[in-house]
Structure formats: C-alpha cells, structure tokens
Design a protein around this ligand. Structure first.
Ligand code: ATP
Length: 309
C-alpha cells in the first residue's frame, strides 16, 4: 500500500517553499554564471499549449553584441517529434536550449521562437516554463527524501499524490531501487543521505519530469558519463518512456543514442551545417559521418561509440 512508503503530509510546507525555484534547469544551462535579464512583458499572456510544437524562425543571437553564437537558425519540432542537436563544443547547442527556456530574449529583427504559434517573448515566463521539462546532464538532488525529490516536479503548489509519484518512479525504472533502500521513499538522498550513481540521479530527474508531465522536453543527454552498459540500457529505457508522445529537443553527446531522432541537426560555429535522419547524414558523408566514424574508432564496442562533445 502506497502510504507505507512515505507520508506525504510531511512534504507540503517545504514543497511549496522550494517548488518555484529552477535549480536543475539553472545548472543545465549554466545560468548561475549568467545574468537573468528576462522579465514578463506588461501585457504578457499565458501560453496556450495545444500540440507542444516548437519553432525557431530565422533566429540569430549574440551574447555580447560582437561575436555571434547563432546565425539564422530555423527548425521545427513537430508535435511529439524528436530533434537532436550535435556538434563540437561551442557550436551553439546549449544556446538553443537557453533561448527556448528564455534565459535571454531575442533582439527585434533577430528572428522568433514560437511554441504552438505564440512568440515566447509575449507569454509569461511561468507559463512557458511549466510547459517544458528539463533533464539535465547532472541533476541536482535536494538533501531530502527521495519521494520529495520526485514530487518536486509538480508545477502547482499542491504536492502530487503518492500514486503519481510511484507510477512516475516505476516508469523511470527507479521504483525497485528505491524500495531496496531501508526507508523506501522516505530515504534521504544527497550529501547527507544515500549516494546515488549518475544514472540513478538521472532516473530521479526523469521521474520528476514524469510528475511534471510537460508537453515539451529539453534533454541534455549524459550517457557517456555512466558507469556501465547495463546502467546505460536502463537509463535509455526510462528516457524512451519519458520522450514518448512529447516534443523533444535534445543535446546528444553519444551519437548512438539519437539514431531514432526524426531530425539530427549538426551545428558548427552557430550554424546548421547538416540536417537529416541518422541514415541520411551518414549517406551525406560530411561532418556528421566523420563524427560518427570518430566515435566508432574511439570505442571498443562498435555498437556503442564513446562520447562526443
Ligand atoms: P558545449 O558542448 O561545450 O556545451 P555548445 O555547443 O553548447 O557547447 P554554447 O554553450 O551554446 O555551445 O556556446 C556557443 C557560443 O557562445 C560559444 O562560442 C561560447 O563561447 C559562447 N557563449 C556561451 N555562453 C556564453 C556567455 N554566457 N557569454 C558569452 N559567450 C557565451
């Protein structure tokens, strides 16, 4: 019976206090080192989400008004579609996610970012961010119970019910592991509690995002950091369930994890230099094909190329 796992009654107060913060996302997008400039427009409306369709329409962006980080980027993530970003370090992958999460606003004349046809500059930040779930490379867990850490995904000020937390943990393939801890969902995690592996932390982040149930997902895949092939397999299964039915924009480090993406966009110096399915890009025999060849030769197992960054 669910109630044996953890009394959620303890959760409400703390939950409301921290729920509004965005620690994971901030970490993902390196926001802690960056200014927060964006505020709601005086006439900002609530984002109305129907399909969760994302569009970048001719987006250009510079952090410092001198060097350009993105040039004329256009693409769409259709309802439930999966678009992956690849490219070497500094190519602009994180910048695309940061702009979508609206840590920076585009200058007038530098293109538009739309969700279900609405320019994200015209909607409230809170409604925009409610729509999006983020699974970062290295999720931050609170020094609190694991149940709390999952419940925290809920966007409203009311904690989710236990069955939601448990079914989310099950979908993230984390429930059995949690039940193996001495106090189940009440077990403390983090510095002062049970230590979780990198893959387990990501599964907690996946469970948290399942609770949030967003239409749009931003993923920063970190499978290269995982300890074992088994752990990678479990994580990929959990991610697969999370992605299913949602529009997904991901940064991929291991090219093998995005074989199934509808479109892979290859970025170089802030431009899209190639795009297509995995197969189309291999046939093109350009930058992607050479990245793929590098990963294969760097890996002992040709089916599991090593990380690329
Ligand atoms: P990585 O794989 O290393 O995360 P990336 O493809 O995500 O790289 P971005 O972080 O989007 O690359 O960076 C794109 C460009 O913008 C780079 O030239 C980078 O130096 C620059 N840049 C990123 N963040 C800032 C910032 N806060 N201020 C100034 N320039 C920045």
């Amino acid at each position: 019976y669910a109630q044996l796992y953890f009394p959620l009654s303890n959760l409400g107060g703390v939950y409301r206090a921290i729920n509004q913060s965005l620690i994971d996302t901030e970490k993902l997008l390196h926001l802690l080192n960056e200014p927060t400039e964006v505020v709601d427009a005086p006439d900002a409306k609530e984002l109305v989400v129907s399909n969760g369709e994302v569009e970048f329409d001719n987006v250009s962006f510079s952090y410092d008004d001198q060097t350009s980080a993105l040039h004329n980027i256009s693409f769409k993530v259709p309802r439930g579609g999966r678009v992956a970003l690849v490219g070497e370090s500094g190519a602009g992958k994180s910048t695309i996610l940061r702009l979508l999460y609206r840590f920076y606003d585009l200058q007038p004349g530098s293109g538009r970012i739309l969700i279900d046809g609405q320019d994200i500059r015209t909607v409230t930040l809170s409604s925009l961010r409610r729509t999006m779930g983020v699974v970062p490379q290295d999720p931050v867990l609170f020094n609190a119970s694991i149940g709390y850490n999952i419940a925290y995904g809920q966007p409203s000020t009311t904690p989710p019910d236990e069955s939601t937390i448990i079914s989310s943990a099950q979908a993230a393939q984390m429930h059995d592991r949690i039940m193996s801890f001495p106090e189940g969902y009440e077990t403390k995690v983090g510095e002062r509690g049970v230590r979780l592996s990198g893959g387990e932390k990501q599964r907690v982040a996946i469970a948290r995002t399942m609770v949030k149930n967003p239409k749009v997902l931003l993923l920063d895949e970190a499978t290269s950091a995982l300890d074992s092939a088994t752990e990678r397999g479990v994580l990929e299964g959990a991610l697969g369930r999370l992605v299913n039915g949602r529009s997904c924009l991901s940064i991929a480090h291991r090219l093998s994890t995005i074989k199934g993406a509808d479109v892979i966009m290859v970025l170089k110096d802030g431009r899209i230099v190639e795009q297509g399915s995995h197969r189309e890009l291999l046939e093109l025999n350009g930058l992607f094909a050479s990245m793929w060849a590098d990963q294969i030769s760097a890996s002992e197992d040709p089916k599991a190329p090593a990380g690329y960054d």
